[in-house]
Design a protein around this ligand. Structure first.
Ligand code: HEC
Length: 171
């Protein structure tokens, strides 16, 4: 009898679980605003079509990552001997924690080890694109995107144009 009840509880939990999930929740896109996609918790996420076409933010994140992060974190978010694989971090850190580390940096410096993640909080070329970086690495972490430059992408999103105008300092 008790065994039967436990079995029912277990089945209910399994049915309630999302198909795939990371620390920010189920990455499936449920909402789109001006070419930017969001999951059911309101976190930015990727949208990759069956023919491999990626959304603008995933593509932009790929480019930003390879200009500002890959020297330490390795190509394609795969990690290096010096810095962790960010495709995994995008799965284990929540969206807020992920952004927090980029803004504030983090370091472990002792006699055995020196590991320094610089703070990018005052760098608009990084901070204005943290969603792009997150979305790209989230796609990598969930195995939705293979290594390398995405072959096909959506046009530059209206949401990205507006955000750049609001976020980047005026020259
Ligand atoms: C100068 C080298 C360097 C650069 C450039 C760099 N990082 Fe890091 N980053 C590190 C190191 C080293 C760590 C691990 C810090 C520690 O030991 O706590 C780290 C940690 C992180 C973490 C936390 C990972 C986790 O799983 O806890 C995130 C997120 C991160 N970096 C994002 C970025 C992003 C995004 C960029 C590009 C905009 C970037 N980093 C550029 C060296 C770097």
């Amino acid at each position: 009898m008790i065994g039967g009840m436990l079995a029912i509880v277990a089945v209910t939990i399994l049915q309630g679980a999302p198909v795939s999930a990371d620390a920010s929740g189920d990455p499936a896109a449920v909402k789109e605003e001006g070419g930017k996609y969001f999951d059911k918790n309101g976190n930015p996420t990727y949208k990759i079509q069956t023919d491999g076409t990626v959304d603008w933010f995933t593509y932009s994140g790929f480019r930003r990552y390879h200009s500002d992060c890959h020297v330490c974190h390795g190509p394609d978010g795969e990690g290096s001997t010096y810095a962790p694989a960010l495709k995994d971090s995008a799965k284990t850190l929540t969206y807020d924690d992920f952004i927090g580390v980029i803004a504030s940096g983090r370091q472990v410096v002792n006699t055995a080890r020196e590991s320094v993640m610089p703070a990018f909080g005052t760098n608009p070329n990084v901070m204005c694109y943290v969603d792009d970086l997150f979305v790209y690495l989230r796609a990598r972490g969930n195995d939705a995107l293979p290594r390398g430059r995405p072959a096909k992408r959506e046009d530059k999103a209206e949401a990205a144009k507006k955000h750049e105008k609001d976020c980047l300092p005026t020259q």
